[in-house]
Design a protein around this ligand. Structure first.
Ligand SMILES: O=C(O)CC1=CCC(=O)O1
Length: 96
């Protein structure tokens, strides 16, 4: 199942810079592992913001919840999820 996920990062201004850098580095490693596995298909920065738009390809809602809630930045993000299905006019056979 494909999901459109928008994440907006809201780190508390009081968080020490070293702690923020450590969480971001752990987040990067975790997200890159998921991207390589094919579960996190796309990761785009929303220009001009500290938000991303992502496409996840997972088994079901439960797997999405598990992956997203394990993100190191999860406690510091607002997240919205939209389920996707194939558009009948799409010319991309593999939905890439
Ligand atoms: O910077 C972000 O948008 C949050 C994030 C998701 C994956 C990652 O590496 O950073």
């Amino acid at each position: 199942m494909l999901f459109h996920v928008e994440m907006t990062v809201k780190l508390p201004p009081s968080m020490p810079a070293e702690q923020a850098a450590e969480i971001k580095a752990t987040e990067k490693a975790y997200s890159q592992e998921l991207q390589r596995s094919g579960k996190w298909r796309h990761l785009w920065r929303v220009a001009g913001s500290y938000s991303n738009v992502s496409i996840f390809d997972v088994e079901d809602n439960t797997e999405l919840q598990e992956l997203v809630s394990n993100l190191p930045l999860f406690p510091y993000m607002e997240i919205s999820v939209k389920p996707l299905c194939r558009h009948p006019s799409s010319v991309r056979e593999d939905d890439s």
